[in-house]
Design a protein. Structure first.
Length: 507
């Protein structure tokens, strides 16, 4: 931005010029826009910039100092307006000395046609309605429809009828039932026998390694065996989010919508807690849920906790997840653990005497994944050393490998370590001060909390003095990108991580 532009601006000449050259002055607008982007670009991580800022175009400026911006679709427009427009306008004000406004329009031109014959709607029309705040949905639960409506007439790439992503190991036959998982396993079987009719949605929850994913895949396999034409979609909630974001980014929302809302006959989603606090994805999942549910399609979801305990999850979504059956899986009791070990030993041809099986089942009580891991370690060491598996051998192998269960690392312990490291007060980490000496440690503490404690973004925000989850997301992204060029920051993080993990292991 050169002197002459300031001059023109200050004396209102530019406005006159703008009026004369109506509708817009694109060259000046283009310049201030590009200058501003060049200035804010280093402040965002590359991915964020590419994803949310770069696709926005500036096409001119009207005589009210209002920049005319164009976004390729409504989703991007809203995201940009909420998260980055302020930053850009601030920068423009700094550069030009004058406050500007902006009007972001959705570029109505349709994307290059993928299927010229299909009457595709414009990207703007295919995107979600503007996001409203998470308000409880007062709509009463609709009665499940008696029959499935006709599928969409749009020609779309079909979902392969062989479900994708299911592990061949996770069948009902290989799932050992016991008191701890009885309800979940019975409900899963009922869903496989009567999709969309008995328990819809089926919501399974429980701690890690207890068999939720196993049952979800088992339903997928069983349904496919019984009804090979059924279009079964299985994926993790994380993948759902990534596909959604990518569809929006590449103007392929039509395909996304068709796949999830129209074509799927059964949707199996793993670890739904992942989308808590991710507003857009929750919103999209909400629409997918409604579309499938209303069409009588089966939905099955797993999570690590009950719907109501997922912080950051919209209430209208948690209420829907409660509509069907909510079943828990608990850590298996001793008999179930023994049965699981026997089955695995038999399948993997591990020669393990009964007394060792019993001892192992007694030792590892946390979850099935650890139990299986311990058995495999035992078998591997025994075959490497070429010795039989005996109780003494078990004790020797598990001595180091199976530390007693520890409490999870907490956000508070991370805050304490970071505060000590940087000699700041914990209250400052939780406070609002933006001084670099405090904002840096705060960002790092948020980043490490996310990495080490497994707490969600909203939960971390809450523990940092009630900050918004987007603040935490931004802090994490920023630390991520700063690490590349800032050895000091990298070292601090490595030291803190070692210290925290080390101290935790000593407990
Ligand atoms: P989660 O999804 O709950 O974290 P997984 O379904 O991934 O757990 O289970 C972890 C491992 O334990 C898998 O290998 C799974 O096959 C096994 N497993 C869990 N529960 C059982 C069970 N009841 N019977 C047999 N294997 C089980
Ligand atoms: Mg799982």
């Amino acid at each position: 931005m050169g002197f002459s532009d300031h001059f023109l601006n200050d004396y209102g000449i530019l406005q006159t010029l703008n009026r004369l050259t109506k509708p817009v002055d694109s060259s000046y607008a283009d310049r201030i826009w590009r200058d501003a982007l060049a200035a804010i670009r280093p402040r965002l991580d590359a991915h964020t910039y590419e994803m949310w800022v770069r696709p926005i175009q500036c096409v001119g400026l009207d005589d009210e100092r209002c920049l005319q911006l164009r976004a390729p679709n409504r989703f991007l427009k809203e995201w940009f307006e909420t998260h980055y427009l302020g930053l850009v306008l601030e920068q423009i004000e700094t550069d030009t000395g004058v406050a500007h406004r902006a009007d972001v329009a959705v570029d109505e031109r349709p994307p290059p046609p993928v299927e010229p014959s299909s009457p595709a709607a414009s990207p703007a029309e295919t995107l979600d309605p503007p996001k409203t705040t998470a308000t409880p949905d007062p709509a009463p639960r609709p009665a499940p429809p008696a029959s499935t409506p006709a599928p969409s007439p749009r020609p779309r790439p079909p979902i392969p009828t062989k479900p994708q992503g299911l592990s061949p190991r996770y069948h009902f036959d290989s799932f050992i039932r016991g008191a701890s998982n009885e309800l979940a396993a019975s409900a899963a079987l009922a869903v496989a026998d009567h999709p969309g009719q008995r328990f819809n949605p089926l919501f399974l929850y429980g701690g890690v390694g207890l068999g939720k994913t196993h049952l979800l895949h088992a339903v997928g396999h069983a349904l496919h065996e019984q009804q090979p034409d059924l279009r079964i979609v299985y994926l993790s909630a994380e993948r759902f989010m990534n596909e959604f974001v990518s569809a929006v980014r590449h103007n392929q929302f039509d395909e996304f919508r068709a796949k999830y809302r129209e074509q799927a006959d059964c949707l199996l989603i793993d670890d739904i807690q992942f989308i808590a606090g991710r507003d857009r994805t929750m919103d999209e999942f909400f629409h997918v849920f409604n579309a499938l549910y209303e069409a009588g399609k089966q939905i099955m979801v797993t999570a690590d906790r009950v719907p109501a305990s997922m912080q950051g999850m919209e209430e209208r979504l948690t209420s829907r997840l409660n509509w069907g059956l909510v079943a828990d899986i608990k850590p298996p009791d001793l008999e179930t653990r023994i049965a699981i070990l026997r089955q695995r030993a038999e399948r993997d041809q591990i020669d393990i005497p009964n007394d060792v099986t019993f001892r192992l089942a007694e030792r590892v009580q946390t979850n099935v994944r650890e139990l299986e891991g311990a058995l495999l370690r035992l078998a591997t060491f025994a075959s490497l050393r070429n010795v039989p598996i005996t109780p003494a051998f078990l004790d020797e192998v598990l001595q180091h490998a199976a530390p007693p269960q520890r409490a999870a690392m907490t956000v508070e312990s991370v805050q304490k370590a970071v505060a000590n490291h940087f000699a700041v007060r914990i209250a400052d980490l939780k406070g609002q001060r933006r001084h670099r000496g405090i904002s840096r440690p705060r960002m790092i503490a948020m980043y490490l909390s996310r990495e080490l404690t497994g707490a969600s973004f909203p939960e971390i925000g809450l523990r940092f003095g009630g900050k918004d989850h987007s603040t935490v997301i931004n802090a994490c992204r920023r630390v991520q990108s700063l690490q590349a060029d800032d050895p000091e920051l990298r070292t601090a993080i490595v030291q803190l991580r070692d210290q925290l993990v080390g101290a935790h292991a000593m407990q």
